[in-house]
Design a protein around this ligand. Sequence first.
Ligand SMILES: Cc1cc2nc3c(=O)[nH]c(=O)nc-3n(C[C@H](O)[C@H](O)[C@H](O)COP(=O)(O)OP(=O)(O)OC[C@H]3O[C@@H](n4cnc5c(N)ncnc54)[C@H](O)[C@@H]3O)c2cc1C
Length: 498
Amino acid sequence: MSPPEGKRACVIGAGFGGLALAIRLQAAGVATTLIEARDKPGGRAYYWQRDGFTFDAGPTVITDPACLRELWQLTGHDMANDVELLPVHPFYRLNWPDGTTFDYSNNEVALRREIARLDPADIAGYDAFLEYAAAVYEEGYVRLGSKPFLDFRAMVAAAPALARHRAWRSVYDTVASYVGNDKLRQALSFHTLLVGGNPLTTSSIYALIHKLEQDGGVWWARGGTNRLVAGMLRQFERLGGEVRLHDPVVHLEGNATRLTTVETQSGWHGRFDAVASNADVVHTYRDLMRGSPRGQTMGRRLAKKRFSPSLFVVHFGIEGSWPGIPHHMILFGPRYQGLLEDIYEHGVLPADFSIYLHHPTVTDPSMAPEGKSTFYALVPVAHMGKLTIDWQQVGPLLEQRVLAEVERRLIPDLSDRIVTKFHYAPRDFALDLSAHLGSAFSLEPILTQSAWFRCHNRDDVIGNLYLVGAGTHPGAGIPGVVGSAKATAGLLLEDLSR
Ligand SMILES: Cc1cc2nc3c(=O)[nH]c(=O)nc-3n(C[C@H](O)[C@H](O)[C@H](O)COP(=O)(O)OP(=O)(O)OC[C@H]3O[C@@H](n4cnc5c(N)ncnc54)[C@H](O)[C@@H]3O)c2cc1C
């Protein structure tokens, strides 16, 4: 493939997918402009600094660091000079209302000890599950995770493997076929929630996350995930890439089969050979291409799909240090299946909830002023298409309930210790990120919306429009969108080299 000399590309949106794609294009010699609507890059991985505390908005669990390192290795650079990754142990502490805990890690001896504490009879079942997870990891992540599914033939080619792994079964059902203990079933299946999937309905292929974590570990970027984002931006600019922040793209101009011009809110125009959107897929077609037949058709078609739920996140900075509270905790509520159905199917705001508690200062005290601690407590909630409540009214009440639960289960005098707090609700995802229905993870990762059935990395009709990020194959999560950037870059560079 000859280098695409003198070609220009535009990447809309500086989420992880957009940043990874922009680095790959610039590294290959394509003059790339990265345009971001907000004042800072990162997308879901935005951040705030308040009263001396640093609050990362989104991803906190960094898996498969190798897929990130690759973005530096492309040009002979070393990610370690820009970003310091620290290992996190345990990966998660799971906690149930009856006081049972389970420390989840990739220390084989410790993990087996934890399983035996729940039920020694499940150790053999866990070994068989790990074998299954390894097989789907090879197929779904290593082999197909960064391959574009542009035509149905690619799907047909993948079908025998999907059948062999019984991909129509859910992660939960698959786990349940290996282990009997109810808590262990939750411990081995909740991971799909990290990419927006319901463990009860998401394809068993997503059991690959277990193997991904076992092999690659769980990491933290010193200073927060925002430092990883900053490092990616630095690598892009170091290679000569151009960045425009705080200037949303408002219109994509072109004809029925090609885009030519990108226009932003400030009135800036740029002409490009290729345009890639990392923005929400419905927003891309429905809003940015509203005048074009393709934009209207795709906008309507995508809006009918199933979207992942949203999230409600309470950020709080408090007095004191909490060495006994690990970096990542899941405080399961009294219900698992019922709660998931309420969020994914019934679209109600349940009286109970499960909380993911993020406590970065235990790994990295630089996230808070000395002697203080930073936390966020996250609960999945139905998206705004299912749950039509006024978040401006309900938000403060839900914030109180979430903090009260953390106080009851972990930090007895929490309310007296709070220095600063705020929350982030579904409507904020919709307003800040143009996220359809305020979804936190874009299209729901069910089998009928995966691979070829997900948004293609290149539009089927407009030959120089590309997509990257959570709405495309393979889906949400940092490794997912960084994999989608690899798939999109491969296509785009091949097209520009013709
Ligand atoms: C609270 C939370 C916790 C999470 N935790 C984890 C985790 O621990 N580990 C993990 O791997 N994943 C996690 N995820 C998922 C992960 O963060 C996302 O899947 C991933 O970051 C999405 O990346 P993306 O490339 O799709 O872009 P996004 O992050 O969605 O970014 C898209 C960008 O496009 C910009 N944009 C939109 N419209 C325009 C426009 N018109 N013009 C210009 N720019 C525009 C937006 O402002 C945004 O910056 C979490 C997500 C959330 C919300």
